[in-house]
Ligand binder design. Structure first.
Ligand SMILES: [Zn+2]
Length: 96
């Protein structure tokens, strides 16, 4: 391995180790309960939140069904804006 390659590898290790697991609640993500949702990136957290909401809906929970419906009532632009806000606030969430 040449010196340049080892610098790149070191940098990647550093980035991984400073990445923090963040947490929020289902309610903060427009859901309807206080279950904790965590993730290392906004994308991962979004996926975990979706999984949780889907599970709740499948088990017949009306609150989460209503939460999805309220999200669907937003326009595409509003949904995008919500997601952008969520992404820019991600770093200020508490560590999990
Ligand atoms: Zn929930």
């Amino acid at each position: 391995m040449n010196i340049l390659e080892s610098i790149v590898v070191l940098k990647e290790i550093l980035i991984i180790s400073i990445k923090n697991m963040k947490k929020t609640t289902c309610r903060e993500l427009r859901g309807s309960c206080d279950v904790e949702i965590s993730g290392e990136t906004p994308e991962e957290m979004g996926e975990n939140s979706k999984k949780h909401v889907m599970e709740m809906v499948h088990s017949g929970d009306e609150g989460h069904k209503a939460a999805i419906e309220s999200m669907q009532q937003l326009s595409k632009e509003e949904q995008m804006k919500w997601y952008e806000d969520f992404k820019s606030n991600f770093d200020s969430l508490p560590d999990a």
